[in-house]
Design a protein around this ligand. Structure first.
Ligand SMILES: NC(=O)c1ccc[n+]([C@@H]2O[C@H](COP(=O)([O-])OP(=O)(O)OC[C@H]3O[C@@H](n4cnc5c(N)ncnc54)[C@H](O)[C@@H]3O)[C@@H](O)[C@H]2O)c1
Ligand SMILES: [Zn+2]
Ligand SMILES: [Zn+2]
Length: 396
């Protein structure tokens, strides 16, 4: 009998690996001729999934999690003209139609038609009802528009441990740096040494940054970056961020700031174990020089059900906006428009211009080990977990 083993959300801190029916090319009673079914090759656990796991982003019980999906097409709708069964594809985490005003102007991250509650859609988030890809099979709508097809099947399978990050974190980190206007010679501060911060660090280098500084309170994660030749600042120790940056650059400011932390940020020094949601965003605002730009891939939400603080619970933060105004900073927020970058980043991988594995510390585990991997990742492990639901990859 066919199976579709999937990781589903039950309640905060409670996930299950359950067997579900294999999805059909059907959504809310309609056959989707523009859709494909993919057999999942690699599906990664993301910091964004962790917001759900920790009860900080509500999804209905039974939701299949996961939005970082790479797979093989096994079934195809009549209206899919440019893909075929057997193609190996990267699925951008944004669900987008390619037909609305925003999609037509290169803003697939705010597609207006795939979610009737808000102009953005994603797999595995209850943003439009699209089930996630931490499963053996997944429904992907608007396939011609959305999917990035890898040029060669054998090469794609061979390089999967790099290509698997094109569905989210690599384009997301890159978007953070492009938004922060990183260019040859730039000095950059990246808040957060999680997988997105590490992807941003690699991207800053690819864009020609001179000095890339990453801040975090997690020593183990910083050590991975240090080994990769990046500058790091340990925010768990005493002293201000400005002094720590000054000690590296000789000036207490950078050209470009990237917040790769989001609303579950912690404080500095003696507050390193305390959640202070505005810390990372205020840090990048404070450390970026006048006239500079800030990219904010770290997620901020309209309401945080798990926050103990009354204002963040309603989605309101205490920001140093006056300073931002005085310094004439430019800020870019929002989901990353993955497809805007994924083709170019694929080429950068295939031509060895970017070495993903140097700082990603990848661990491949079977889907059944996914529930435990969520906990290990949430506890601060430097590993990026890649689930292997159909045995295409070697578990490590
Ligand atoms: N915009 C997008 O499209 C997009 C896509 C993917 C992920 N994200 C978001 O990006 C953020 C990072 O993702 P991730 O997978 O790396 O998550 P993660 O939770 O693994 O990493 C966050 C890191 O930030 C560190 N941190 C906490 N407070 C800090 C502070 N004040 N300064 C510096 N570091 C601090 C934590 O110790 C942790 O290492 C999350 O909010 C995630 O939801 C956004
Ligand atoms: Zn993700
Ligand atoms: Zn659209």
């Amino acid at each position: 009998m066919s199976t579709n083993l999937s990781i589903t959300y039950t309640a905060p801190w409670k996930l299950e690996a359950v067997d579900l029916p294999i999805p059909k090319r059907e959504f809310r009673g309609k056959i989707l001729e523009h859709a494909v079914i993919v057999k999942v090759i690699a599906t990664n656990i993301c910091g964004s999934d962790q917001h759900i796991y920790r009860g900080r982003f509500d999804v209905p019980a039974g939701t299949v999690l996961g939005h970082e999906i790479t797979g093989e097409i096994i079934e195809i709708g009549r209206d899919v003209l440019h893909l075929a069964v057997g193609d190996i594809v990267s699925v951008p985490f944004n669900v987008s139609c390619g037909r609305c005003r925003n999609c037509k102007t290169q803003h697939p991250e705010v597609c207006e038609t795939v979610n009737d509650q808000a102009p953005l859609g994603a797999y595995g988030f209850d943003l439009g009802g699209w089930q996630g890809g931490q499963s053996q099979y997944c429904l992907v709508p608007y396939a011609d528009f959305a999917l990035l097809k890898f040029p060669d099947r054998d090469q794609a399978l061979d390089r999967m441990m790099d290509l698997a990050f094109l569905s989210d974190i690599l384009p997301t980190g890159y978007h953070g740096c492009v938004s922060a206007k990183v260019k040859p010679g730039s000095t950059v501060y990246i808040a957060g040494a999680g997988p997105v911060g590490r992807a941003a660090a690699m991207s800053a280098r690819l864009l020609g940054a001179s000095c890339v500084i990453i801040g975090d309170q997690n020593k183990e994660r910083l050590a991975v970056l240090k080994k990769g030749g990046y500058q790091t600042v340990d925010l768990s120790t005493s002293g201000s961020l400005k002094d720590k940056v000054d000690a590296i650059l000789g000036v207490p400011e950078v050209d470009c700031g990237v917040d790769a932390v989001g609303y579950e940020a912690h404080g500095h020094g003696e507050n390193a174990d305390t959640e202070l949601p505005e810390t990372a965003l205020n840090d990048v605002m404070d450390i970026t020089r006048a006239g500079g730009s800030i990219g904010i891939p770290g997620i901020y939400v309209g309401g945080d059900p798990g926050s103990k603080l009354p204002r963040p619970k309603k989605g309101t933060l205490d920001l140093i906006l006056g300073q931002v105004w005085v310094k004439s900073l430019t800020m870019t927020t929002g989901m990353a428009p993955v497809m805007n970058y994924s083709y170019d980043l694929m080429q950068a991988i295939l031509w060895n211009r970017i070495d993903v594995q140097s700082v990603m510390d990848i661990k491949v585990v079977p889907l059944t080990a996914g529930v435990d991997a969520y906990k290990t990742f949430s506890d601060g492990s430097p590993k990026k977990f890649v689930l292997n639901p159909n045995g295409y990859l070697k578990n490590s």
